[in-house]
Each structure stands twice: as C-alpha cells, then as structure tokens.
Design a protein around this ligand. Structure first.
Ligand code: FNR
Length: 374
C-alpha cells in the first residue's frame, strides 16, 4: 500500500508494524505495564461528542494560530520522539535526524517539531536543515554543567523554546522493551548528550531495556520546580513544562514561571493508570486560568480529536507516534501525508461544526461525561 492509498493516520501504524523490526516497532508503539492508559488515550477521545452548529457561513476557513508568538498554519505540532533514525527505511542512512520531518514542517507546512533529547543527531545538524521554527525538549542529566551547555547550544543554534519534560525521573516500566532487551544499534547514539553521558549503556544488553538502564544511571531524579528557575538563569528562551496531569501541578508550574504547559502522559509510556490527557485537560485549563497557554498530546489521531482538545481549552496539540509511523512507512511522503490528513480532517471538523477559525471553537461545541445529560 502506498501513501496515496491511505485515508487515515491509523493505517500507518499497521504498515509500520509490517515494516519495522519487532524491537523497534515495540519501542514506538507500546506503553507502560498493562497499557491501560495507552488505550484510554484513544478511548477517552471517543467518548466525547461534538455539538455542531449548522447554517453558519464557513466559506472562508482560516486554521492558522499563534504559539508563543509564532504563526502556525494549524494548531497541530509534532511531539518530541526519541531515536527517530530507527524508523527510517534505511536504518543506516546518513540523513540527519529528523531532517525529513523538519523539511516537511517549516516552510511548506508552517508548523514545527520539538527535537527530542534522545535525538540521534546533533541539534546543530538539525538546525542546518533549513528554515523553520524548532523547539528543544530537555531531559536534565546528572551532569548539570553539561546540560547547561546543551541548552546554550540550542539557543545558539536558533531553537525557539525549551520543553522541559517533567514526568521522567526514571523510565516507565515498558514490558515490551524489557522482553525485547531493547538496545540501540551501535551506529546510533543520543548525539547531543554524548559528551556528558555514557551512551555505551544504550548499546549494551542488560536484564532490562537499555533505555531504562541508561535513564537510571544518567538522568537526575532529584529535579523539582526549582529547576525552572535554574533554566531561567541560563537561557532567555521561553520554557514549557511537559507532563502535567493535575490542576495542582498546573498551578505550581505557573507559579514557577513557565511560559506554557503541555498536558501529557508521555504517550502512556511512563506511569500506567494515569488518566487520558483529554480527560484532565479541562481541570488544568481551569487551574491555569489563562495565565499561560495549555497544550495537549496523547492519542490525537483525528481532526475531530484536535477539535475536541481545542474546545476543552487547549491552545494546540502535538502528535507523536503517527508521525513516526509515517516516517517508517514512506519517509518524507509518509510524514507529509500524516500531517496533511490531520490538517484536512481538522478543516472538515471545523466547517461541519460551524467554525471558521480556531477561536470560534467553544466549550459548548463538545459534550463530555462530566457534563449534564442532554
Ligand atoms: C516519546 N515521547 C517523548 N517525550 C519526551 O519528552 N522526550 C522524548 O525523548 C520522547 N521520546 C518518545 C519516543 C517515542 C517512540 C514515543 C512514542 C514518545 C513522548 C511524546 O513526546 C508524546 O508525549 C507522545 O508520543 C504523545 O502521544 P501519541 O501522539 O504518541 O499518542
């Protein structure tokens, strides 16, 4: 099946499964423990109903929006996912990490990707791939001076924001990676932290996944909200916190001075039995009270999912796995197709709900289980 025969982003997952070695596919696709949250991320979207308004003039639809002052063509962005080189057809290709994805986003699509701390290429090489907005996702390693240096490198290389991931003091218990004894192929590494960490751990077999062994030995599990102030002291870039799942933490995040919040359960890869992100979005939006923008990721697979998230107060959404599957199945064409399908589906959702622009999407456009029966 080629990209031109595919009609929705889910189809890419099945094709990626056929195409990728099991160890790599499992790394992308699966979640922690019983994978309850993994299913719930999808099912919670399905339980929300849309309340469309009809007989509205939608002959002029504008899907553009602004994120931290950057104009985007649509409120859909690409989440940070590590080890994208495992997903490309020629695993040994010399293509710069994420070049393909980056090329699709900037000038042609007008959206952006957050580059993962677990990327397989240097952020300088990624920056060279052309124009476009780029954010850098940060894990705080034990070597704090080294981390500060990486943040400064990102700033120098033109990255526009730091996305601090707050949900990963250790790696989630991902049984598939453990069973597979996940190890990174010898030619790949986490390029931006190579100098300040022992990446050989990633390439060595252990009795768990090498990702977990690596995190245990290299990641600073003592970080707290104070680290936001520390980051402020070393960079002038806006700081987003990723991984917020409660109103309490949203309030602390705002208090710590972040510029934005990403409601995320890490694609259900960290703690199992946490709620779907779409189920807690509204609680967090209410706690934040408009002081900073709130974004969401986790289980976004349809334009209607984007619509639902915006109706519940998100300023935009990020997609993780679908983009990686598109990359795995059909390289650049696959990535483009995934983003185009989400774009087109979101446009139809807007029009059929009676909205001309993202600001027109109101809370009354959706019904959730917390609302009175209608
Ligand atoms: C991730 N995610 C992630 N998050 C992060 O902050 N740093 C990282 O390095 C990674 N790496 C990563 C790898 C892979 C293979 C996946 C699937 C996910 C989490 C990611 O940013 C995002 O939160 C989820 O992927 C969103 O859920 P969906 O869209 O995949 O359902």
């Amino acid at each position: 099946k080629m990209s031109n025969e595919i009609v929705n982003v889910r189809e890419y997952e099945a094709l990626a499964k056929q195409k990728l070695p099991k160890m790599f596919y499992d790394y992308y696709a699966t979640g922690a423990d019983d994978q309850w949250t993994l299913r719930e991320n999808i099912e919670a979207f399905a339980r929300i109903r849309i309340r469309p308004r009809i007989m509205v003039d939608v002959s002029n639809v504008d899907m553009s929006t602004e994120v931290l002052g950057f104009k985007l063509s649509m409120p859909i962005m690409v989440a940070p996912t590590g080890h994208q080189k495992l997903a490309h057809n020629e695993v040994k290709c010399n293509l710069v990490e994420s070049t393909i994805i980056m090329r699709c986003l900037g000038p042609s699509l007008g959206i952006f990707q957050v580059l993962s701390s677990s990327a397989n290429s240097t952020l300088e090489d990624v920056a060279k791939t052309g124009p476009g907005i780029r954010f850098f996702q940060l894990y705080i390693f034990k070597n704090r001076e080294g981390v500060a240096e990486v943040v400064k490198r990102a700033e120098r290389a033109g990255f526009k924001a730091i996305v601090l991931t707050g949900d990963s003091p250790c790696l989630g218990h991902r049984e598939n990676d453990i069973k597979n004894r996940f190890t990174l192929p010898a030619h790949l590494t986490i390029s931006n932290f190579e100098k300040i960490s022992d990446s050989s751990i990633l390439q060595s077999k252990s009795d768990k996944s090498s990702l977990a062994a690596f995190a245990d030995s290299q990641i600073d599990s003592s970080i707290t909200w104070k680290e936001v102030a520390w980051l402020r002291g070393i960079t002038s870039l806006p700081i987003l916190i990723k991984g917020v799942l409660t109103g309490e933490d949203a309030a602390l995040a705002v208090h710590s001075g972040v510029d934005g919040i990403i409601v995320s359960n890490h694609g259900a890869r960290q703690l199992d039995y946490v709620p779907a992100t779409i189920s807690v979005l509204e609680e967090i939006v209410q706690a934040v009270g408009g002081r900073v923008p709130v974004f969401l990721d986790g289980g976004v697979r349809r334009g209607t999912d984007v619509f639902k998230a915006l109706a519940l107060g998100a300023a935009g959404v990020f997609v993780g796995r679908p983009v990686v599957y598109g990359l795995a199945v059909d390289g650049e064409a696959g990535v483009r197709k995934v983003l185009k399908m989400l774009h087109d589906e979101f446009e139809v959702a807007l029009k059929l709900s009676g909205c001309c622009q993202v600001q027109d999407i109101k809370r009354s456009h959706v019904w959730t289980e917390n609302d009175p029966l209608r």
